[in-house]
Design a protein. Sequence first.
Length: 262
Amino acid sequence: MLNSLFNWRTIRHKHLSAIGSSAIAARLGLVVLLGAVGAQADTTTSYVGTLANSESTFQTTLNLTTAENVTLETYGFGGGVNGSGASIAAGGTDPFLAIFSGTGGGASILTDGLGNPYGTSLDLGNYSSFAGCPPAGLVNFGGPVCGDITMSIADLAAGTYTIVLSDGQYIANAVFDDGTLGEGFTDLTGGVFCNLANGSADCPNTSGAYALDVTTSGGGGGTTTTPEPATLFLLSAGAIAVCATQWCRDKLSLVQGHIKIF
């Protein structure tokens, strides 16, 4: 029956390090925000770099003096042409991307009106609402895979925000409880970038390269679609804890937003 409900495509972790947070069992969801059309010209800042290791993060601050439409786009996984007109090669890791209100450890993850977080990666059940292909390209391993992100927020209020990018398996715990940046990260990287496989094909992107565009435009013209929450499920409440103690190599799979233990 499940096969009639889902278009099954398994993305699994190749290696699983010990997981230090029980928050991974919490609910995930988000609102899709599309089509920000501002009265002012768009302004894009492009960031390009390489994460030092799979547990590294890139952070930048966004300061808004008035309400703006904000779009975050990544290109490092599948490549493409960024907002500065530079050609970005494919081959970087699949990213985790989130935006927080404020700075420092007390910064709270941004959420929509229903409490759904603006944070995602290919590992998470809400990724389909943030899939960024196009404008980024696809990577072929076990079939064409999109790993980049487009995150659009209409009429984001004036204030200071922190944008965080990391490896897609180094996930801010704030996404699991609408919490703060100070809660740290859940590490599913196994010490490598793009610690994923699609069927029997391993992710070929072993670089920590990233490319991120932050685009702002005049507020007031954005369009918000109906929220479509996605949920991260466990087959059993203790499955992740068991996997952590036994290392469960190659046993944790992501199937259309569901964690599946074999």
